[in-house]
Design a protein around this ligand. Structure first.
Ligand code: HEM
Length: 116
């Protein structure tokens, strides 16, 4: 199960890179695949994150689960997912508020993952 967990961590990190790529792409232009990249990557983060927690909580790998940290990360990730969905459905959404919030929350989840 160790290998499955490690592959999920790799996918989780690629998902984070995917959100950042989508953010950078959208900062350049609202046209193109930026919205879809961000949305799919945000979905991947929630799925792989929950899978990691499930495997660790089941005691299948030697990894501790901090439930408070995971709950906060899940809340932030769901917000990122909702914002990604809004920006995907309405790429022309005026103002930079939603977009900046999405980018900020993603970075916040990276900081929480590393420092908490
Ligand atoms: C925008 C969403 C997310 C981002 C950007 C993100 C980012 C990260 C990063 C950068 C790491 C690696 C940290 C390290 O190795 O020190 C990590 C690990 C982890 N994340 Fe997330 N994460 C997100 C969502 C989630 C969610 C929703 C969950 C669970 C519900 C979750 C659960 C975990 C777990 C359990 C690990 C530890 C993996 C290990 O054993 O090293 N993450 N996350």
């Amino acid at each position: 199960m160790e290998i499955v967990y490690d592959l999920l961590v790799v996918t989780h990190l690629l998902g984070m890179a995917g959100i950042i790529s989508g953010v950078v792409a959208r900062a350049t232009t609202t046209a193109g695949p930026a919205g879809a990249i961000t949305l799919y990557s945000a979905g991947a983060q929630v799925i792989t994150g929950l899978a990691l927690v499930g495997i660790a909580s089941a005691g299948l790998v030697a990894a501790d689960v901090n439930n408070t940290k995971v709950a906060v990360k899940l809340g932030v990730a769901v917000l990122v997912l909702v914002l990604a969905h809004v920006l995907w459905r309405r790429p022309q959404t005026s103002g930079k508020g939603l977009f900046a919030t999405l980018a900020g929350l993603t970075v916040a989840n990276v900081v929480i993952a590393v420092f908490w």
